[in-house]
Ligand binder design. Structure first.
Ligand code: GLN
Length: 257
């Protein structure tokens, strides 16, 4: 039974460009709000990657740091060992790509990933995917619409398994598939920055609840719940508004809602 939830924040100095390190803070805060002890272990480039954490949080970044991150992670082996024993993973954008079989950067068309997820990422001819994203999550999760912000050139094709959800606004994994991310019993992956868990605390609670031995009671903070719900409503409305505007102007075919 985990007495303290150990949250490993992997390479925020390489994969922190889009604010995804906030996901680790949200996980810790949501645990502590229920009197569950939580510790964030920050692993910077060059540090050994602990292999005994309960949750690994990996964020997005530019091509160069992404390449450095996968090289370091491969040499270290800690992520692969943690994955093998089914620790929980939250992987965003570049973090999602490096857990896959292969990805492209501006320098290379085929950089091997850590081969932990059945996904291959390629740079297509299409324009970069930038903007609000709204995802209808897999119904088995029982969480509300997922709101975020995407910014990626990679197009990620799932070779098997299921995505986090269906894309309502934005692009997600590929222009063609209309789905975002990847979902399994120990992985939540997405293209959504935000940070994702600040915008979608239901996902934070889901990941925490997956840690063996953790019992999450009710939040008991009505004020926090209200301000989160107001912020979510504002972002979801903004995404729908932008999608409508783009449709009216015939700007891009990236939105369907
Ligand atoms: N460099 C990757 C891409 O452009 C990932 C970008 C990101 O993490 N936001 O596809």
């Amino acid at each position: 039974m985990a007495s303290t939830v150990k949250i490993a924040l992997v390479f925020p100095d390489l994969l922190g460009t889009y604010g995804d390190s906030g996901n680790a803070q949200i996980l810790a805060a949501r645990a502590r709000m229920r009197a569950v002890l939580a510790e964030v272990i920050t692993i910077n480039a060059g540090d050994a990657i602990v292999d005994d954490a309960d949750i690994y949080v990996i964020g997005g970044g530019e091509d160069g740091p992404q390449q450095a991150a996968v090289d370091l992670a491969r040499r270290d082996g800690g992520i692969a060992r943690a994955f093998e024993r089914r620790a929980q993973f939250l992987a965003i954008c570049a973090g999602f790509q490096i857990l896959g079989q292969a990805f492209s950067t501006s320098d290379s068309d085929n950089t091997p990933g850590l081969a932990l997820l059945p996904v291959v990422t390629r740079r297509g001819a299409q324009k970069r995917c930038v903007g609000e994203i709204l995802v209808d999550p897999d119904p088995s999760l029982g969480v509300a619409l997922v709101s975020g912000y995407e910014n990626h050139g990679g197009q990620s094709e799932l070779l098997e398994g299921r995505p986090l959800g269906k894309v309502l606004v934005g692009v997600g994994n590929t222009y063609a598939d209309r789905v975002d991310g990847f979902l399994s019993e120990n992985v939540v992956a997405s293209y959504a920055h935000g940070p994702l868990l600040a915008r979608n605390p239901g996902l934070a609670d889901l990941i925490l609840a997956r840690v063996p031995g953790i019992l999450l009671g009710p939040l008991g903070d009505e004020g926090a719940a209200q301000s989160i719900s107001a912020m979510r409503a504002e972002r979801i409305a903004a995404a729908r508004r932008i999608a409508r505007r783009d449709r009216v102007l015939g700007l891009v075919s990236r939105h369907r809602d």
